[in-house]
Write a protein that binds this ligand. Structure first.
Ligand SMILES: Nc1ncnc2c1ncn2[C@@H]1O[C@H](COP(=O)(O)OP(=O)(O)OP(=O)(O)O)[C@@H](O)[C@H]1O
Ligand SMILES: Nc1nc2c(c(=O)[nH]1)N=C(CO)CN2
Ligand SMILES: [Mg+2]
Length: 207
């Protein structure tokens, strides 16, 4: 993603939520320092997994369970948005890639990582403690930010874990992108989640 194209959208998100750009940037700097070499993997690993493949992006809406029955997961490179990982793992599916800001079931994500999932870990102003606690335990980590990318910290575009999966699949030239477990009109969510889902829906409108 060209950051100059993303930046005006990012500015609107910051304004809408009252998030601090400086906090996002400091969090990204922290993540950059936590990625020390042995626990990281190059973005070429994403390219290899995704390019020319059919991507299945798994969101964490309650309908994920039903949606998964409609697809043959073996036909896809599986990209799990944060909390969707636990449901996949409980059904014997290890996602190839997990896109997470670490506010889901991190124990299940750790299990998946040990079984080969690449972790695309997102730094933002509200997850520095999670980064400090969990990133040192992972392997095969790629760091992302919603602010300006630098050094080993990337910005593929997107905001919530789910829409960032789609931006990632697009960035690495997936042949097709299929969504399961996305429900933007879910009534059983907090007002904050509802607001985030509105942004996810809006951002996915670009595809
Ligand atoms: N009805 C839904 N409820 C929850 N997540 C949904 C829903 N529909 C789509 N999603 C997507 O699934 C992703 C993963 O959901 P999860 O419950 O793990 O949320 P989360 O980790 O709190 O998300 P985020 O950190 O992005 O706010 C969300 O980021 C969102 O893009
Ligand atoms: N600063 C900040 N940034 C975010 C946050 C959040 O809670 N705070 N949540 C996100 C995923 O929904 C993505 N980005
Ligand atoms: Mg999350």
């Amino acid at each position: 993603m060209d950051f100059k194209k993303w930046e005006p959208v990012y500015e609107k998100i910051l304004e809408d939520f009252g998030f601090s750009r400086e906090d996002d940037e400091n969090s990204a700097t922290l993540l950059s320092h936590l990625l020390i070499g042995p626990n990281t993997v190059d973005t070429s690993a994403l390219e290899e997994l995704i390019s020319g493949k059919d991507a299945l992006v798994c969101g964490n809406a309650p309908k994920l369970e039903i949606d998964l029955k409609e697809v043959n997961v073996e036909d896809y490179v599986i990209i799990a948005a944060d909390g969707a990982t636990a449901h996949l793992m409980d059904n014997g599916i290890v996602p190839h890639i997990i896109v997470t800001d670490l506010d889901g079931d991190v124990e299940k994500e750790t299990e998946a990582n040990q079984q080969g999932s690449i972790m695309v870990v997102h730094a933002h102003g509200d997850n520095t403690e999670k980064l400090l606690r969990y990133v040192p335990q992972f392997k095969n980590v790629i760091g992302t930010t919603q602010a300006e990318p630098f050094a080993n910290i990337h910005n593929f575009g997107g905001f919530t874990d789910g829409d960032r999966c789609v931006f990632l699949a697009h960035e690495f030239n997936a042949k097709s992108i299929t969504l399961v477990g996305f429900d933007f009109y879910d009534k059983n969510v907090t007002p904050m989640k509802e607001k985030k889902l509105k942004w996810a829906q809006r951002l996915l409108g670009a595809f």
